[in-house]
Design a binder for this molecule. Structure first.
Ligand code: PLP
Ligand code: COI
Length: 339
């Protein structure tokens, strides 16, 4: 047994024994292999290093009560990785190779999948990078697909206790840029605003739409949702936010299981009092209630700064119940890894 205090885990890098690596050369992927080496040896000219020709994914493995392991909608991560790849002129990673990489990595590191009931999960990070000798602004001639993983706890320190967020003056993405793709450049742009938010003791930034700066776009690492007094689940619709798999799952669960009206639409930043509850949702964030949002001089509190709201709690119970295998999932959402 590995010696990890599962309940105390945050969201930090831990070197697990195995990772999966595949190479794309001469127009084709090799079959990929597991390796114990967590260092990459790549050309100094690699376009991933200079011009950000890279994309990544994030998904989790959940230990079930019966000891088996659930993957939550990994096909959706595969499809999103291929949309990101297409945008940056990188080769598609066939879904079969993507799933093989994810499943082999989880199986090989099985003892790092946290126990059921610990609250922790195994975070899986697939990565696609352009490598090889290059100096001009051109796509790479060779690519690496890598999958590694580590056990994690809550991304935002509060877990299900609300935390506060601050509206950023900066943009993470341009109106017709790469905001909808999971590419490193978006996150590079978010580092400084994120640091400014942390320095003021906020969990993260809320970005506004880059065109008018009047509507909530998303959090730096998760999508935004609000609950209205009329029991509507509302989440921003914008071409420059990351299409969160968690968010689309919640839209479906809110409608089908909680009987809520669901709306993907505008969330003007000066109409926060529409919402009686608000939250951030994503793979790492899971569902993290938002206590309040600082916008310039104004601080708007939603349900409470200390207690999760009842609708957010019900959404959380439904989603987490499905992910850990305690509640039956909609068709195709769960892939079980037998161990
Ligand atoms: N928005 C951003 C910027 C993210 O980094 C993430 C994390 O993946 C999300 C939203 C949530 O997406 P998902 O639910 O697919 O993890
Ligand atoms: C995720 O939720 O998977 C993310 O990628 C968010 C963050 C760690 C960048």
């Amino acid at each position: 047994m590995v010696d990890i205090k599962w309940e105390e885990l945050g969201f930090s890098y831990i070197k697990t024994p195995y990772r999966f690596i595949a190479h794309w050369r001469d127009g084709a992927w090799d079959e990929g292999t597991l390796t114990e080496d967590n260092q990459l040896h790549i050309s100094e000219g690699s376009p991933a290093l200079h011009y950000g020709q890279q994309c990544f994914e994030g998904l989790k493995a959940y230990r079930r009560k019966d000891g088996k392991i659930n993957l939550f909608r990994p096909d959706q991560n595969s499809q999103r990785m291929n949309r990101s790849a297409r945008r940056l002129l990188m080769p598609m990673v066939p879904e079969e190779l993507f799933l093989k990489g994810v499943k082999e990595t989880v199986k090989a590191n099985e003892e790092y999948v946290p126990p059921y009931g610990s609250g922790a999960t195994l975070y899986i990070r697939p990565l696609l990078i352009g490598v090889g000798d290059n100096i001009g602004v051109h796509p790479a001639t060779e690519y690496i697909f890598l999958v590694f993983c580590m056990p994690v706890g809550a991304y935002f320190k509060g877990g299900l206790t609300p935390t506060n967020f601050i509206v950023s003056e900066y943009d993470r993405a341009a109106p017709k840029g790469t905001g909808a793709d999971k590419v490193g450049g978006n996150y590079a742009a978010s580092l400084m605003p994120g640091k400014l938010a942390h320095e003021r003791h906020f969990s993260d930034c809320i970005y506004l739409d880059p065109e008018t700066h009047t509507k909530i776009e998303e959090v730096g690492s998760a999508n935004f949702f609000g609950i209205t007094a009329e029991n509507q689940f509302v989440t921003p619709k914008s071409p420059s936010i990351l299409p969160s798999i968690t968010k689309y799952s919640l839209l479906q669960l809110a409608e089908e299981c909680l009987g809520m009206a669901v709306v993907e639409g505008d969330c003007p930043i000066d109409e926060l009092d529409r919402f009686v509850e608000a939250g951030a949702c994503g793979t790492a964030a899971a569902i993290s209630p938002i206590g309040g949002i600082q916008n310039g001089e104004d601080f708007h509190v939603f349900y409470s700064e200390t207690e999760v709201g009842p609708v957010t709690q019900r959404l959380y119970d439904e989603l987490i119940g499905i992910q850990f295998g305690d509640i039956e999932a909609p068709d195709g959402w769960i892939q079980v890894i037998e161990v």
